[in-house]
Design a protein around this ligand. Sequence first.
Ligand SMILES: Cc1ncc(COP(=O)(O)O)c(C=O)c1O
Length: 516
Amino acid sequence: MAMLLRRVAVGITKPNVSPVNGRFLLRNTASSTGGSTAEEREARATWIKQLNDPMEVVAPEVVDIIELEKARQFKGLEVIASENFCSRAVMEAIGSIMTNSSSDGYPGARYSGGTEYLDIIENWCMERALEVFRLDPAKWGVNVQTLTGSIANFQTYTGLLKPHDRIMSLDLPHGGHLSHGYQTATKKVSAVSLFFETMHYRLDEKTGYIDYDGMERSASLFRPKLIIAGASAYARLFDYARIRKICDEHKAIMMADMAHLAGLVAADVIPSPFEYADIVTTTTNKSLRGPRGAMIFFRKGVKEINKKGEEVLYDYEDKINNAVFPGVQGASHNQKLAGLAISLKQAMTPEYKAYQQQVLRNSSKLAQCLIEKGYELVSGGTDNHLVLIDLKNKGIDGSRVEKVLEWVRIASNKNTVPGDVSAVIPGGIRLGTPALTSRGLLEADFAQVAEFFDEGLKLALKIKAAEPKGAKFKDFEKTMKSNKEFQSEISKLRREVEEFAMQFPTIGCDKETMKY
Ligand SMILES: Cc1ncc(COP(=O)(O)O)c(C=O)c1O
């Protein structure tokens, strides 16, 4: 690597600059070049000052919003399973000058000049991504330019399938994700279902586990070209071997979307999909704890030996890379790649492994405490970083509970659970441990989080009981505000949550300089 850096440093000539008032201006070369003088430039190029002014000067109103958000993150409890706090080092990179540079194409094959350092960063990302997931570069490649999880999935389908080819995935109300092609009887909700034919497999509603027999039966009728093993709200591990077998029966591509699980897979604390899948997509900002972004891993090298004894190679690499650029995207986001290179480096440290082990311990503790308090968890527990609570036995929906939790500074999300008819007012709540574990919460702290959750839920039940018959969710806040007792109970619980949350460190900002 040092040699690589030395190589790229060759040819950099020192620019003709001198410091003026702490800033660097080009030396006055007007007479020799026919250009402007420094004085002229200072007088006419008025935008320079604006470009170098700090945020406090240019947009104090944005600074204020950021300060409010900082306070929300510090004083609140973040239990949305897909959220996390990326490190200060990653944030420094994504807020850096790396955002200025364009680089269409791939390292060594760009459509413009000036990309020598961008190539290094992108190569680092690719090398480190394979290393983090313990992959042999002869057998796996990765695209790190893809921008988000949804886009990565769409790029995979467009790269490997023909329009209207068939995709099978976990149904959204049973824990799947929109980008796996969600549609209802009347609406193609995800654009994926406009361009491809989708059919969903589901959970066994009695056990809350994926119904693999049902998946197998449906696959034999639907004959999918691609099956997705991946979820947004499934608290159990996937049986990747079983899905591989079903894929093989239909010569279907097996795609794992490990967006939620990537950090746990990186730290090797849950089984990896790479042993079985052909393609693995992931976001980089959830349990992986990197910058907002995504990656697509694809198999390469020898796929099989055909009947004539010849090697047949995987043909995914060009198809995926072309689907990303120029198929769907233009220039890559190099600030994200700089952040990703750092987060992948962090993902190879002992601290990262310890963190991911704690994510699992905390999740298990949270599940245990909720069960002890009489909550029903879909599948009865958890094997990963999240729990999915079915609120039906409590007589309230997820939307009202989410709202009350938000009022008391607990960020969670309502979620569909099996049997739900509405995704807008669903019957469940999803809680996850990656973000608060990043702030250093341990098992005993998660017992307290469960306690706060329970108090919030009881408050939601009280407010619901005061609603007029047939009240709509949009009037829930009005009911809460119409009653002084509700308001004071919310303020009291909110103060308790804040006092608890403020014991834990901030990530990426300093308590001492916070405005709120
Ligand atoms: C399993 C899964 N795939 C894909 C995505 C989409 O990621 P993004 O929001 O980056 O598009 C999510 C997001 O929650 C997800 O849970």
